[in-house]
Design a binder for this molecule. Sequence first.
Ligand code: ZN
Length: 139
Amino acid sequence: MTDYIPVDLRRLVTSRANRCCEYCRLHEADAFLPYEIDHIIPIKHRGETREDNLCLSCFDCNRYKGSDIGSIDIETHQFAHLFNARTMIWSEHFRLNVNVIEPLTPEGRVTVFLLRLNSEARLIRREQLIEMNRYPCLD
Ligand SMILES: [Zn+2]
């Protein structure tokens, strides 16, 4: 969820992520809507507006994430937190299989599920960008 973020902090988060969505790895230049600064732990859950609780998110990821912090993992049946770009490494929780983001952990699975990372529209968009060598934008 985006709330008021001071300009300097917004710049830091955007440049730190190289304008790449830290969840789905789509570059802002390839997105239809401007990127948002996401509170990893939302304000609603007492998350703070500090650089270690912020990440860059595309509109779709942020919209589907909303104020969620996690969900029940379908395999372990336990609560798992959403991927946290400040404390977790993307490649330890996900791997790309062509245009599909495959989860590797409970955190990966709840993130793919809640943020709808593999919706049909997103898979099509990624496929187009892969053909143009424009996806993913972070390794
Ligand atoms: Zn995204």
